[in-house]
Ligand binder design. Structure first.
Ligand code: ZN
Ligand code: ZN
Length: 142
């Protein structure tokens, strides 16, 4: 089945098209995701890199080294408006994530269509509720 779904940052300088279903959605409550999003958790739509066509002239990357693993994670954001676009990581070279909120159409990401995993629930804030009956992991599933 052929898919073409689009998204962009707030100002539109960064835009992308994905051409396949995501592998999953990872909802991450780790401290790094809390800081980089300025929110309770990151909502990452995980793709095979080859399925993402991104106009990334306006993308800036910030390289963070994990305290836990010592490996890098590159945060991608728009140089103009600062919107979080997603990230790539040394630990899993074949994938890139796109921030769920940047997609134009959210309906195809519903839980009956795409698997969701809740990770690093051990560091979740008490104001960031995690639903019952979901796939949840104290740390990661890798
Ligand atoms: Zn922008
Ligand atoms: Zn995280």
């Amino acid at each position: 089945m052929s898919i073409r779904k689009q998204g962009q940052c707030v100002c539109g300088a960064v835009s992308y098209t994905v051409i396949a279903q995501p592998k999953r959605i990872t909802i991450c409550h780790c401290k790094w995701c809390q800081r980089r999003t300025g929110s309770g958790f990151g909502v990452e739509v995980v793709f095979d890199k080859s399925h993402v066509q991104i106009n990334d002239d306006a993308v800036t990357r910030y390289r963070h080294i994990s305290d836990e693993s010592g490996r890098w994670l590159d945060q991608h954001f728009c140089s103009h408006c600062g919107s979080n676009i997603g990230f790539t990581l040394e630990a899993v070279p074949g994938i890139r994530t796109l921030a769920a909120g940047t997609f134009d159409d959210q309906t195809w990401l519903s839980s009956d269509k795409v698997e969701r995993k809740y990770v690093y629930t051990s560091s979740a804030q008490d104001w960031a509720d995690i639903p019952d009956n979901v796939d949840r992991y104290e740390k990661h599933f890798r």
